[in-house]
Design a protein around this ligand. Structure first.
Ligand code: GLC
Length: 598
């Protein structure tokens, strides 16, 4: 039986704790990273919104879960027009979440528990309440203050039309007209997202210097990594030319010819200069990493972001959006490895996040893929099937080579809350599309910790505020209290998997090789994936440990499959059936004679 590394006991609050994380400069290559959405994690003061003291109190839960790092969604002062992705001050904490001292306490206590901290920086846009934007409004057309953003005169006889045809990613035009100091309608400013999120002008040296300084600020405070929001959108065509065709809303065309490359704001060549400078900043602080949020269908273009001297890693959106289908997953996994291997960057594996439907619901629908452009909450959901598949997907994902992300609540098997009343919805996507797009609130509902009814321990007894989004009554079955210690629960599956993954040198970073389908029932190539089964071997790159390695077999076919002869099952997502691996089940195996010999 594998032994997990012991979890260190938290140090008492009074002891002096270093802000620095334990040394291991390559920690990120195989890390398990927990995405923590502060406003929905744990509410310490009873106002219905999660906060940093709430996180501090629950750090032992995360240590016990077995994760290596936490990625915090934005925690800065913000009017919360886009749940904190509209930042008014990049060097402070929003009072609803706490103070800088609370952030320091979370960082140092997490470090004492062996957990690293990744924070979210939003460089494409700020908030309309950011000091720079207020200065720009006050200073008027032609001022230096306006060059930090994209201000332009409008078209039409009296400037009443937006400067170009770009559409906001959240719906509606990407331009808003301001009222000038004299009370007249004036210039327009660009916002690729909501009007409260004006885009910074990355051609401005001041903008560049400011963000490098913000990186240093957080590295000095002990942050171990930065998640870079909307990382491919920063630089714009200086002419701000119209987008041709129906795609004014701007998802990058799938080709990579010169015409597509010249997209006026997606993945422009000059964005890479920014990340080369950021990398130089990060490299001055050992062990610090940059992780890009980049939605690009073109693998070759994506690879440029993780080439030497740029970002350490990028999120794997092709994997996140892929259907529960062995052949499709095999294609995405191969594509991911082909992209990362030549540049030496570790892949990342992500099943869900705060922008997409929760995986249990997705896998319980007839259409199991996900698209940002086509969220659909009208389909029936089979939660039992979705949960079974989510369990199998968790083991598949955690066995793949590289780092893995767990979005809070995924470890409890939470489902998408699809029936939030319109008046309680917060997401600008819902509001800006008049509810045509259900938006992202359903994946952001506060966590259920304990007890039979809302707020399920999310807020303390006697709380004055209700959870900021309503929790479904059915979550009584999936609280931490209910799941802890139940060997059949999602929580215990994640705990066991993460502990094995951490203790086993073959898992995490390192090579993998596909096995032939166990039943030999595959197509002409005999390749894993062809008959609905994904099977691969992991062996430590340096032959570390006992050299035995681990094999993973995921059965996405309609019938049971046999396992390699002599396999010892380390962990399975559902019980085996007479020695066979049932449908929608994944198993981790120790195969006699080493992984390749089964
Ligand atoms: C990213 C974030 C998303 C946010 C958007 C605008 O995609 O993940 O939540 O709304 O950027 O900042």
């Amino acid at each position: 039986m594998l032994e997990a590394r012991p979890v260190p006991t938290p140090s008492p609050a009074s002891s002096p704790v270093s802000l620095a994380a334990p040394p291991d400069p390559a920690w990120w290559r195989g890390a398990a990273i927990y995405q923590l959405y502060v406003r929905s994690f744990a509410d310490s003061d009873g106002d219905g919104t999660g906060d940093l003291p709430g996180v501090l109190a629950r750090l032992p839960y995360l240590a016990e879960l077995g994760i290596d790092a936490i990625w915090f969604n934005p925690w800065y002062p913000s009017p919360m027009s886009d749940a904190g992705y509209d930042i008014a001050d990049y060097r402070d904490i929003d009072p609803v979440f706490g103070t800088l001292a609370d952030a320091d306490a979370v960082i140092s206590e997490a470090h004492a528990l062996g957990i690293r901290i990744i924070i979210d920086i939003v460089p494409n846009h700020g908030s309309d309440q950011h000091q720079w934007f207020r200065e720009a409004l006050a200073a008027g057309p032609g001022s230096a203050a306006r060059t930090r953003f994209h201000f332009r005169n409008g078209l039409g006889r009296s400037g009443e039309l937006p400067p170009n045809n770009w559409q906001s990613i959240f719906g509606g035009p990407a331009w808003t007209r301001v009222t000038e100091a004299d009370g007249r309608p004036g210039q327009w400013y660009l916002h690729l997202f909501a009007p409260e999120q004006p885009d910074f002008n990355w051609a401005s040296p001041e903008v560049r210097a400011e963000f490098e300084d913000v990186l240093r600020f957080w590295f000095e405070r002990g942050a171990d990594g930065i998640r870079i929001d909307s990382a491919a959108l920063l630089t714009k065509d200086p002419a701000l030319s119209d987008i041709d065709g129906p795609d004014a809303a701007g998802s990058r065309p799938s080709g990579s010819g010169p015409a597509e490359r010249a997209h006026p704001y997606q993945d422009r060549d000059d964005v890479h200069e920014i990340y080369r400078s950021w990398r130089a900043v990060a490299d001055a602080y050992p062990g610090r990493v940059l992780i890009g949020e980049i939605w690009l269908p073109d693998a070759a273009r994506l690879a440029r972001y993780v080439s030497p001297g740029e970002l350490h890693a990028v999120f794997n959106f092709p994997y996140l959006t892929c259907a529960w289908d062995a052949a499709r997953l095999r294609e995405v996994i191969d594509g991911t490895l082909a992209l990362h291997t030549p540049v030496g960057a570790p892949p990342t594996w992500v099943l869900s996040n705060h922008d997409v439907d929760r995986i249990v619901s997705r896998y319980g629908r007839s259409k199991t893929s996900f698209s940002l452009q086509a969220r659909d909450h009208s389909q029936p959901v089979d939660l039992a099937l979705g949960t079974r598949r989510a369990r199998a997907a968790a083991l598949l994902t955690m066995a793949l080579p590289g780092s893995v992300y767990v979005y809070q609540g995924e470890e409890l098997g939470l489902w998408e809350v699809e029936d939030i009343p319109a008046e309680l919805r917060q997401d600008p996507i819902w509001h800006r599309t008049s509810g045509r797009d259900p938006g992202r609130d359903g994946s952001r509902v506060p966590l259920p910790w304990a007890g039979p009814e809302p707020p399920f321990g999310f807020s303390p007894p006697g709380a004055t505020g209700r959870p900021w989004l309503p929790q479904p009554a059915g979550w009584r079955e999936v609280t931490v209290e209910r799941e802890a210690g139940d060997p059949g629960s999602m929580l215990e599956l994640y705990r066991r998997a993460l502990r094995i993954r951490r203790a086993e040198p073959a898992l995490g970073d390192g090579p993998m090789s596909w096995r032939p389908d166990p039943d030999g029932a595959s197509g002409a190539s005999g390749a894993s994936g062809a008959s609905g089964v994904l099977a691969f071997d992991r062996r430590a790159a340096d032959g570390g440990g006992d050299g035995a390695g681990v094999s993973c077999v995921a059965n996405l076919s309609g019938g049971p499959v046999s396992l390699p002869a002599g396999a010892e099952v380390l962990l399975a997502s559902s019980p085996l059936d007479g020695g066979l691996l049932p449908p929608d089940t994944t198993a981790w195996l120790r195969v006699q004679g080493g992984p390749a010999a089964g």
